[in-house]
Ligand binder design. Structure first.
Ligand code: KDG
Length: 319
């Protein structure tokens, strides 16, 4: 069966229990597990799909928490290592009733930053049909950028599907210029590009959606599909040399937490591809999981099982 390969930094997130308070005023927090690519894996796990997650954890309490979780959830531990005397990434976020929360990261020098391209020699690429990457991992350090770039190049060379979500976190980059240049460079190494609409505008410097697609298709022959996420509006899908189409969003009763919705979207899209569904059907699954994700607390708690997903997609009418 086809399988996904991804790499990323797992994090502990401490989320405030108090609503609409600034982080500095918050005194009570709940603990969750997060991390963009780990969220995608959790999404695929819930859907009973196969993947392998490459990462490094510190040998601290947070690393242990994440390792125990991965073991309990039956993750393959083949490419997961605990590094002695290293730290695991941590972040805080507040609880907002509208918009995106404030976040504060403690992840400089965490275990994953000590990975380098030599660590990739142990990977058996044959069994993977898709690789998924985000700009978050690439932003963490020079080592992490090189590892992501190398993996993307390797999978491309092996004619695999390579999806890339720029997942912009400005504060993780040295400056905006470096961020744009680096993310646009990585976008050349993917076959499916999955930016949010505002990310696509910022990275391309363009406003019009067709011009944005043209910009990315013309900068790389590798790129076959662009799926642009547009929150409440759904997504715009464009295949090279074909007419683009829109996929509507699913109705969200109440937004509880927006973080992790994009990873849910990616998990939905990838799940459709792994199941050999059409691009339209895969994007519908993506929109549905994105909608389900924003209706619950943690970064990945709202992700559905296959049954829950199908029920939601049948029950909800597209807006
Ligand atoms: O996409 C969701 C992620 O942003 C979240 O789970 C934590 O990886 C994370 C980050 O760096 O913000």
């Amino acid at each position: 069966m086809s399988e996904l390969l991804t790499i990323g930094e797992p994090l502990i997130v401490l989320k405030s229990t108090e609503i609409d308070k600034k982080l500095i005023e918050c005194s009570s927090f709940n603990k969750y597990i997060a991390g963009a690519e780990l969220n995608v894996c959790i999404g695929l796990k819930k859907l009973d799909l196969n993947f392998k997650y490459i990462t490094r954890l510190g040998d601290d309490l947070f690393g242990q928490t994440i390792y125990e979780y991965l073991k309990k959830e039956n993750f393959s531990l083949d490419y997961i290592k605990i590094l002695e005397n290293h730290k695991t990434g941590l972040y805080f976020k507040n609880h907002v009733s509208k918009g995106d929360p404030d976040v504060e990261y403690y992840r400089e020098d965490s275990a994953i930053n000590y990975m380098n391209i030599d660590d990739l020699s142990e990977i058996d690429y044959d069994k993977f049909s898709i690789g998924h990457f985000t700009g978050i991992t690439a932003s963490l350090s020079k080592n992490c950028y090189e590892v992501v770039e190398k993996l993307m190049k390797k999978l491309l060379k092996e004619s695999k599907i390579v999806s890339f979500d720029p997942n912009i976190r400005k504060r993780l980059w040295e400056n905006e210029e470096i961020m744009k240049k680096s993310l646009n460079k990585l976008a050349k190494l993917c076959t499916i590009f999955i930016p949010g609409i505002n990310e696509a505008k910022l990275l391309s410097g363009l406003d019009d959606i067709e011009e944005i697609c043209e910009f990315y298709f013309s900068q790389s022959e590798n790129l076959k599909i662009i799926v642009i996420k547009d929150g409440e509006k759904g997504a715009y899908v464009k295949q090279r040399d074909e007419k683009g189409f829109n996929v509507s969003a699913y109705k969200v009763e109440k937004v509880v937490d927006t973080v992790g919705a994009g990873d849910g979207f990616a998990a939905g899209l990838i799940s459709g591809i792994l199941k050999d569904l059409s691009l339209e059907e895969s994007t519908k699954r993506a929109c549905a999981i994105g909608a389900m994700a924003v209706m619950s607390e943690g970064d990945n708690d709202g992700y559905p099982t296959e049954q829950e997903l199908l029920k939601f997609m049948e029950g909800e009418c597209n807006e």
